[in-house]
Structures are given as structure tokens and as C-alpha cells.
Write a protein that binds this ligand. Sequence first.
Ligand SMILES: *[C@@H]1O[C@H](CO)[C@@H](O)[C@H](O)[C@H]1NC(C)=O
Ligand SMILES: *[C@@H]1O[C@H](CO)[C@@H](O)[C@H](O)[C@H]1NC(C)=O
Ligand SMILES: *[C@@H]1O[C@H](CO)[C@@H](O)[C@H](O)[C@H]1NC(C)=O
Ligand SMILES: *[C@@H]1O[C@H](CO)[C@@H](O)[C@H](O)[C@H]1NC(C)=O
Ligand SMILES: *[C@@H]1O[C@H](CO)[C@@H](O)[C@H](O)[C@H]1NC(C)=O
Ligand SMILES: [Zn+2]
Length: 290
Amino acid sequence: MSQLITTLAQFPLHYLPLTMFFSAISALSFIHIAIASCAHGVEWVHPFSANVVPSTFSYGTTTGPLNWHNLNANNSLCGNGTNQSPILLNTTSSLAPSGSITLAVPPAKNVVFENLGTNVEVIMNGTLQAGNAAWNLAQFHFHTPSEHRVNFVHYESEMHFVFTAADGSAKITVLAFLIQIGPNTSYPFLEDIFSYLPSIPNAGQTTQVPTVDMGGFVSDANKMSYYQYTGSLTTPPCSEGVSWYVATTPIQLYVNTYRNVKNTIGTSNSRYTQNTLGQMNILQVAAKNL
Ligand SMILES: *[C@@H]1O[C@H](CO)[C@@H](O)[C@H](O)[C@H]1NC(C)=O
Ligand SMILES: *[C@@H]1O[C@H](CO)[C@@H](O)[C@H](O)[C@H]1NC(C)=O
Ligand SMILES: *[C@@H]1O[C@H](CO)[C@@H](O)[C@H](O)[C@H]1NC(C)=O
Ligand SMILES: *[C@@H]1O[C@H](CO)[C@@H](O)[C@H](O)[C@H]1NC(C)=O
Ligand SMILES: *[C@@H]1O[C@H](CO)[C@@H](O)[C@H](O)[C@H]1NC(C)=O
Ligand SMILES: [Zn+2]
């Protein structure tokens, strides 16, 4: 547990469901974490703050994505934001100019790998050059199925690398990779990390992966092209102004590994597709004539 608290204090970006939160962390620890998160200057992406008990959210029914806006006043953009993620992508979607992102993630030892209840997350140091700015890697995590759809179709999974602005502003960039399952290839770093899933079967559990070297993947990522748009966090509070880069080339994962990821997360954790950027929130559209 102390390991978890340390991790949370260092990395305020991720969210935790309330159930896990109460089972894993005492009220006193929470205050410590909350202060750390505000000091970091990115509390707007983080459902914890110094003054408030976090709102609970899930991928279920009444606390699921259709109702996130009612769980906390700070989640209103989930229900009325007009630049929300994820979106439909297709061959006419805007691409970032080629060579406009440069990812660097050095090999690391004793890498923290956590089960958050609604996600599994890896905490590593890294940098991204994108949009003429420098970004620092906070964590990466996985959704099943994918959140973005290409030509209306979901992929089996999607990996999100979440970055904060190196200049200390509250901006966020997410580098996203659609994941396809198949029999033949997978990146060794994903197999290494996911081989530790049996150590974190339950929400709130943390383990360490002895070594993670994603050199081959980073090299491939730097050659890929990316859909680029400005959208939102796909989890409460659905904050907008998030810069998205979604790789146009899906990456591969072995089917058995995928099943282990899915079963460990224990819930499908994809937000439904949002409306075209700039258009009325899809919930408001759907509510007409109800
Ligand atoms: C919304 O977020 C702000 C800033 O973090 C916080 O002060 C406020 O208490 C939150 N409101 C609710 C209803 O949680
Ligand atoms: C969304 O709803 C909140 C809370 O009712 C309101 O303050 C905000 O102005 C609304 N935003 C938009 C874009 O309609
Ligand atoms: C691609 O997506 C855009 C934006 O949603 C949409 O306007 C367009 O009709 C789509 N094109 C195709 C071929 O589906
Ligand atoms: C990330 O960098 C910090 C500061 O240099 C260091 O303390 C930490 O161990 C690093 N994390 C990993 C996983 O290498
Ligand atoms: C996997 O490899 C086998 C044997 O080389 C090949 O026949 C098959 O087409 C490959 N499948 C995919 C999805 O690449
Ligand atoms: Zn995500």
C-alpha cells in the first residue's frame, strides 16, 4: 500500500474508482495525495483535489459514461462539451505533418504497473516533442475495446500515452495506438509488462516490472503517421483542450495476452463515440424528444 501511495503522490494524473480508493488508502493519505496533485498544476485532469472527495465513475449503467455528467458538477463537459473524445476517424481525418512527433522512452528498471480497477497503467519516464512543444510522459494505460473508431470500426484495444506540458502549464497531449489482436507478432515490451498481470489481479494492486525496454516500439512509433485533433479526456471530468495524436497504423498483440489484459481490467473501459468536433454533445442530441 505504501508503494501505491508513493506512486500516487508522484503521478497525480490517473484516476481511481472510489471503491478501490477507500479499500486501498486511508483518509489521511488521501489528503497527502490530493495536495501533491494540486501542487503539480494539472489537477484539472485529475478527479482528486484537496477539498473534495472524488466522484465515482464506472463503465456500468448509472455511474457509467452516459451519466458521468451527473456524478459531479465538475463533469459537466461530459454531458455538454462540444469537443469531446473519442471520435470517429476516417481517411479524410486530419493528419499531423509527417515527422511532427518524436517520442523517447529510455529503458527503465523497476517500472510500476498498477491495476486501477477501471484500467491497468504503467508509469515510466519519457519525453515527446509534438506541436512545437515538449511534453513529459506521466503514464500509459489501455482500453478494451478501442475508444477511437476508424471507418466506424473499433479495434480490440487502444493504448494511451499521457503527457503533461514540460513548461508546467496544465496542457495534456495523448499519443494513442490502436491495437489489433493476431497470432504472429507483438512488441516484447508489451509481453514483458503483461506477463506481470497475474501479480495485480485486483483493483488497487501494484507491482514492479524489473526491466522495460520499448526501444523497438519507439523507433516504429516515430515513423508512423498520426491523426491529429484537439478533443478531451475520455474519462471524467472530460476536460477539453487535449491534443490527440492517434497512430494510423494499428499495432499487434497476441490474442492470449489481450485476453489476460481484458480479464484483469474486468470491465470494458471505452467511452462511447462522441459527436463530430464542434457539434452539439451527442447526449444533448439524443435527449431531444425523450
Ligand atoms: C470541482 O473542482 C474544483 C477544483 O478542483 C473543486 O474546488 C470543487 O470542489 C469541485 N466541485 C465538486 C462539486 O466536486
Ligand atoms: C455545461 O453545463 C455547465 C453546468 O450546467 C455550464 O456551466 C456550462 O456553461 C455548460 N457549457 C456548455 C458548453 O454548454
Ligand atoms: C469522415 O469523417 C468526417 C467527419 O466525421 C465525415 O464528415 C465524413 O463524412 C467521413 N467520411 C467518410 C467517407 O465516412
Ligand atoms: C523517473 O525519473 C525519476 C526522477 O529522475 C526517478 O526518480 C524515477 O525512478 C524514474 N522512474 C523510472 C521508472 O525509471
Ligand atoms: C501469421 O503467420 C502465418 C504463418 O507464417 C501466416 O500464414 C499468416 O497469414 C499470418 N497471419 C497474420 C494475421 O499475419
Ligand atoms: Zn485512456
